[in-house]
Ligand binder design. Structure first.
Ligand SMILES: NC(=O)c1ccc[n+]([C@@H]2O[C@H](COP(=O)([O-])OP(=O)(O)OC[C@H]3O[C@@H](n4cnc5c(N)ncnc54)[C@H](O)[C@@H]3O)[C@@H](O)[C@H]2O)c1
Length: 315
């Protein structure tokens, strides 16, 4: 029997990587992909190789439509649907709140009613302040100071999930900024934006306040691996919160990796998000379950740079 997995927001940067990679191996899965295409990533559905798996796509807006209109039974739901541009969320808190919080409400309602476990990718941006060289762990409530509307709403979504712990089975994964290429990738996250700017011979715009600050990054491959891990170890879907970081790095270290392949021209700009602070997050809790991230940020960045090799020769 095929396992049914629902992926909301499945056409986006992360979702398109998951669907392509889950479908191209003999996993015996039926993927139910839901997306309202507000991000216009139609291309995520192109040329999917199935290897005996199956997928269905539904164009639904989770702020208005019910998941149960298209499916009532599933082994797992991965909830990726959200408006995601953190920097642009400044001044648009009510839009992000209306969309992202209501999507999560619909997911909780569905998962509660039909007893479907789910995974929610939160963000390490829910952490905000840290003392010098402090490493952040998941279960300390005193270190949560999100700095953007996007991150504040992520924290509200987490709280909503936690309020329902008695009636649901879920995992919250606080994910570092994603690095890696996918069919539905977006370019407003730091690393992808830098790669694009470098390949197009544009100035690389770096937030002045962020250059030497340490931030957590996670590869698409590690996120895929952790989902695969929870599919194979369902007993661990037990209402815990985990950080997932492939490596904590400074923006300068990221730029130095790009520099190996491309000549770059740096321009420092002011960030709309105030109080940009350094933070490192720990993987200790997820490591205790037996999951280890694979450190391959450099090769993921090189792969992203190759995407634009038509434009400029890569050394
Ligand atoms: N990419 C990262 O660096 C990163 C880091 C931490 C957490 N996350 C979280 O992971 C999740 C997925 O991120 P992503 O990078 O793939 O984002 P993305 O913007 O590329 O994809 C999100 C998808 O959700 C869809 N969507 C938005 N609102 C919807 C609605 N009302 N109904 C149905 N579909 C809707 C969009 O059309 C889009 O395809 C998000 O919750 C994001 O906050 C991402």
């Amino acid at each position: 029997m095929k396992k049914t997995i629902i992926i909301t927001g499945g056409l986006g940067h992360i979702g398109s990587y998951l669907i392509e990679n889950f479908l191209r191996k003999k996993n015996n899965l039926h993927l139910i992909i839901i997306d309202n295409l507000q991000s216009q990533r139609y291309s995520s559905l192109f040329n999917l190789k199935l290897k005996g798996n199956k997928f269905s796509f539904y164009d639904l807006d989770l702020t208005k439509d019910s998941i149960s209109d298209v499916v009532k039974n599933a082994n797992l739901l991965i909830h990726l649907a959200a408006i995601t541009d953190a920097e642009n969320s400044v001044g648009k808190e009510s839009l992000y709140k209306k969309n992202n919080l209501n999507c999560t409400k619909e997911v909780i309602k569905f998962c509660k009613k039909y007893n479907v476990p789910f995974i929610f990718p939160s963000s390490t941006s829910v952490y905000g302040k840290m003392k010098h060289n402090e490493i952040l762990f998941e279960d300390n409530q005193k270190i949560l100071y999100p700095q953007s509307p996007y991150a504040r709403i992520k924290l509200k979504e987490e709280e909503l999930i936690k309020q329902n712990f008695e009636d649901i089975r879920s995992i919250i994964i606080r994910l570092g900024t994603i690095v890696g290429k996918s069919k539905g990738m977006r370019f407003h996250t730091a690393v992808n934006k830098f790669c694009y700017q470098a390949c197009m011979n544009k100035e690389i715009t770096v937030w002045k306040s962020a250059y030497n600050q340490v931030r957590p990054y996670a590869t698409l491959n590690d996120f895929y691996r952790i989902i695969d891990f929870f599919i194979k170890n369902e007993k661990y879907i037990n209402n815990q919160t985990y950080n997932l970081v492939t490596k904590n790095l400074t923006v300068k270290q990221i730029i130095d990796i790009i520099k190996i392949k491309k000549k770059i021209n740096l321009k420092f700009v002011n960030s709309k998000i105030m109080n940009q602070l350094s933070y490192k997050v720990s993987n200790k809790k997820i490591s205790n379950l037996g999951f280890r991230p694979i450190y391959n940020i450099k090769s993921e960045i090189f792969e992203t740079l190759k995407t634009f090799k038509f434009q400029n020769k890569i050394r």
